[in-house]
Design a protein around this ligand. Structure first.
Ligand SMILES: Cc1cc2nc3c(=O)[nH]c(=O)nc-3n(C[C@H](O)[C@H](O)[C@H](O)COP(=O)(O)O)c2cc1C
Length: 148
């Protein structure tokens, strides 16, 4: 039996372009979901009208290629990577990419939380020991209960 390939995760926050409206967001999400499906990437996006916070997870090369596309988008700027590295499991396997509105204060708390020791990706840790991921997962599970 072969082991399943390792899962990588990357989280970042960014500032949206000033003229972004709902149809822009819809366009981003439709394209993002299609690309992510092809790359076997899942994840979630929070938006407060100004700041994006996105979590991507999947095979290393899939996450890297998706993040390359994201970095090239003119619809946001000032991208701050919060964490990047191997993780023990997929947390958002239900969503090729879903977006929820969140309060600015919550996004700030998630961004400010400890995500990982910068020099040591949280390889052996789980969400319990990763305050940024834990806050994000808690918010998500209340907003969007998993489908069974
Ligand atoms: C906040 C944000 C999140 C995005 N998420 C993804 C994603 O998950 N997967 C993906 O392939 N592209 C993602 N993109 C890229 C867009 O789908 C699209 O390629 C890009 O917006 C098109 O370039 P443009 O915005 O400069 O017109 C994202 C872009 C933004 C601004």
């Amino acid at each position: 039996m072969t082991d399943s390939p390792p899962i990588y995760a990357l989280a970042y926050a960014s500032r949206s372009s000033s003229n972004l409206d709902n149809s822009d967001l819809e366009e981003i999400l439709v394209e993002a979901s299609a690309q992510n499906r092809m790359a076997d990437v899942t994840g979630v996006l929070l938006y407060d009208g100004t700041t994006f916070l996105q979590y991507l997870e999947g095979p290393e090369e899939g996450v890297a290629s998706v993040f390359d596309r994201i970095k090239q988008s003119k619809r946001h700027a000032d991208i701050r990577v919060l964490t990047s590295g191997e993780v023990p499991e997929r947390y958002f396997w239900n969503w090729s990419m879903a977006c929820q509105h969140a309060d600015a204060s919550l996004i700030q708390r998630i961004e400010a939380a400890r995500w990982s020791e910068r020099s040591h990706p949280y390889l052996e840790e789980d969400a319990e020991h990763n305050p940024g991921l834990r806050l994000l997962a808690e918010f998500w599970s209340v907003q969007v209960p998993p489908t069974t």
